[in-house]
Design a protein around this ligand. Sequence first.
Ligand code: HEC
Length: 472
Amino acid sequence: MKRLLPFALLPVTAFAQDTPDYSKMKADELFNTLCSSCHGKDLNSGLGGSLVDGQWKHGDTDADLRKSISEGNAQLGMTPFKTVLSDDQIRQLVIYVREKEKEALAKGIEYPKPEPGKVTHTDHADYQIEMVVENGLDIPWAIAFLPDGRKLVTERPGRLRLMGSDDTLDPQPIEGTPKVIHHGQGGLMEVAVHPDYAKNGWIYLGFADGERDGDKVRTITKYVRGRIKDHQWVDEEEIWKADDRFYGGDGVHFGTRLVFKDGYIFFPVGERGGWKQAQDITNAKGKIYRLNEDGSEPEDNPFVGQPGAVKGLWSYGHRNPQGLALDPRDGSIWETEHGPRGGDELNRIEGGKNYGWPIITYGMNYDGTPITGETEKEGMEQPVIYWQPSIAACGLDFYTGDAFPGWKNDLFAGALAQQEIRRLRIVDHKVTEQEVILKNIGRVRDVASGPEGALYVVLNDPHRIVRLVPAP
Ligand code: HEC
């Protein structure tokens, strides 16, 4: 009893008179109000001890942290909070503590910050960075490679640009590409070249479609394919378009990527801020789709025949998928999903499954208020991994080249907010290695395994394209 602190001795009812409304508090306020007296405002001092030194005396999983907060520790003098806080709020604090822990542990770590001409050493490869396009692009979003060495690059404001095989950027955008709505996070986003391009010439685009009338905007992601002839976009065919009722004014969560597999295409549509609509199979938002390459629906799609199911539906419960890639070894489909704060996910996508947003999530709202205490539920898929703090996951690709043998078949995930690329080694559908191979040269919008085995990186702020090539 001697070790009990006076605060811990107060019966819970003593809070009652003057209890602030915890449910309205953001994570930092909640921590400062209830926890900092014993753990310090910096989470690194006080009688309760540090929560950010990476040492966990009572278990290091999220479930252990939740238990510590919920049950407290009578012997050592930590208040149990389960009567004071809801599950959501306890989860909110777990996320907050985790964010601060990672921040503290990341301090002092030197991440590779490559400069032209300098060799960067990583676990399995030494690389040099080459500038591909330094000037002339505005918010480049995606890159794709033509078989003759030329490259296509989208710019979010609505232009499709061509680069020669010598990397010179054609000053004239391709003419006649679809009208796009550049609004919030949306605009011209994905470009993907058909694997049989040499025979059929098809190029696929994913973009924010809709109408703008002054300040009023109605938009959602749409996919088309077409060909380029004499610098013109021609032969356009609609591949997937949402029903008119799903067009809306929100500027967020368009998702958008496209991969080819065995005659099918897979592509996401983000939940457009619609949250629970991601759970509704009759609603176009927050889904991943599978269609035949011409836009028709395969007969064996998982929701075919279910009343009202949206055309092409493959999986649901997604928030904002902006990375999609095919494992060259087994054809499995991998997705990175921009989650709420602390809830960015890597998922392996299987037909017919529910990925849980927003019923289960590891994240909280960006302002630090809670979303839910539930991180898993029967009938809902778990992410393969999730990132806390959020990295703002974007482009994603498996490395299929030969120039970096040590990276063969590794997955490279770009991150906007953390301005980094993570190399993930996937063995038996699990992540066995995770390494930051590049950091702080701009927001990483797209990563792509390109010609001659180079790894191409599309950057925003500043808007550039670089590539990683083996060090001599
Ligand atoms: C009255 C003081 C006190 C308050 C208030 C308090 N704690 Fe603690 N906390 C402790 C003590 C003491 C321990 C046990 C430390 C030890 O084992 O050395 C502890 C342990 C923990 C642990 C487990 C640490 C580990 O190493 O495994 C977590 C997590 C934690 N507290 C979080 C919180 C959070 C979040 C709050 C606010 C909701 C909070 N605490 C409020 C005193 C307090």
